[in-house]
Design a protein around this ligand. Structure first.
Ligand code: SF4
Ligand code: SF4
Length: 391
């Protein structure tokens, strides 16, 4: 095919399809359908995963127009729309097995986290974000229990205990090694700040004792944002929070192995105000929606943190992105678009009515994707804002 003639829409469509297959469970489903149509009951039986999880995956494949389906009685039958997708996956085998061999072997033989730190080698560098999905399935296989906060749980997934005597300094090289590991496992941005007491929420009053914070972010999956609020969106969102929580505990283990005492602040956001912590760490600035907005990812991410006693982290003492709030004064879109009236203008401030918000209960992401910073070029917005401000 002449590359020049591929339209933007076609490219978008292909990208969407590739993203839809980029998941081990979804690839398993596609392989299950290799020999023809299957009842959803057979798919449930073969994959031995919760039905809600499999339904989510099927839904993603359906939305990417990779599957046909029909209803018969109470059951739904699925088949591949076109089995050329399996040829594509088959042809990826060589690369997949390279990454899988390296990473699965590490997981299965329970090589200590220390190995990761000491050998930030080619092996670790090969581990991609996608492979971390496999890692989380294999190593931390518990399911998310249901509770009221986003992501549903506050379980401790630590594999390494806190050291009795804590190391209080970290070299520049070691911090960079840590960031490399974190990046390879799916973290995107990093910042450092001292946690002030006023950011500790009611639930965190007894749990949070360490004060030097390593703050990091993880990109939200497009699927979560594109799925309308409801059960499927909630399940996708819960899966994301669980994945990010496990990443946070894994990184905390990396530090504990090196002699650092840690406490994990998971992205569920019920212990510490993570948007404010991210703002203090200068990762971004809070918009009127209360979400942290960063130059790199707009609103498409969540925040977590590891608290430590490390005294020489490069703590931020500035707010480089405070103009974002000035931009918000001209915008107010999140307030207008919130379907539940959970964001209420109150003079120059915005009151967030937690009881009305269906972000956690139904996976609503409207204030994320309706924000002017969602999927936009930050520098472009800033330039336009500066021009408006000149007049
Ligand atoms: S998540 Fe939905 S309900 Fe909650 S504030 Fe945002 S738009 Fe409103
Ligand atoms: S939608 Fe507008 S007002 Fe709301 S956070 Fe985004 S930029 Fe600010």
């Amino acid at each position: 095919m002449d590359k020049e003639k591929i339209s933007h829409e076609e490219l978008e469509e292909k990208t969407y399809k590739l993203k839809a297959i980029a998941d081990p469970t979804r690839i398993q489903i596609l392989y299950l359908l290799r020999d023809g149509e299957q009842c959803v009951c057979k798919i449930y039986e073969s994959l031995e995963k919760p039905q809600s999880t499999i339904s989510n995956h099927l839904n993603i494949l359906k939305k990417a127009r990779l599957l046909n389906w029909r209803k018969e009685g109470t059951w739904i039958y699925y088949k591949l729309k076109n089995d050329s997708i399996l040829n594509l996956i088959d042809n990826l085998n060589e690369k997949e097995s390279l990454a899988n061999n390296i990473y699965y072997n590490e997981i299965e033989s329970e090589i200590k986290v220390d190995t990761l730190v000491n050998s930030i080698s080619e092996e670790v560098k090969i581990v991609s974000k996608e492979n971390f999905d496999n890692c989380s399935n294999l190593k931390y296989e518990e399911e998310s229990p249901i509770s009221s906060c986003c992501g549903g749980n506050r379980d401790d997934y630590s594999k390494v205990k806190n050291p009795k005597i804590s190391t209080k300094t970290m070299s520049y090289e070691m911090l960079n090694e840590f960031k490399s590991i974190a990046t390879n496992l799916g973290a995107v941005e990093f910042g450092y700040t001292k946690l002030s007491d006023d950011l500790i929420l009611e639930n965190g009053k007894l749990d949070v004792t360490l004060k030097n914070a390593i703050v990091f972010t993880m990109e939200l999956d497009e699927d979560i944002i594109k799925t309308e609020a409801g059960e499927i969106a909630k399940n996708l969102s819960d899966d994301f929070y669980l994945k990010f929580s496990k990443l946070s505990y894994k990184l905390s283990d990396v530090l504990r192995e090196k002699g650092y005492k840690t406490e994990v602040i998971t992205p569920n956001g019920d212990l510490v105000d993570l948007s404010m912590l991210g703002e203090d760490a200068d990762i971004g600035y809070r918009g009127k929606s209360g979400l942290l907005i960063s130059p790199k990812m707009g609103t498409k991410f969540k925040v977590a943190a590891i608290l430590t006693e490390i005294e020489n982290l490069p703590f931020s003492n500035k707010h480089s992105y405070s103009w974002i709030r000035e931009y918000c004064e001209l915008c107010n879109k999140c307030i207008k678009e919130c379907p539940e009236g959970a964001l209420v203008k109150n003079g120059n401030n915005v009151e967030f009515l937690k009881d009305k918000c269906i972000g956690c209960s139904d996976g609503c992401t409207i204030c994320i994707d309706q924000c002017s910073f969602y999927n936009k070029d930050y520098n472009n917005l800033k330039a336009k804002f500066d021009i408006i401000n000149e007049f």
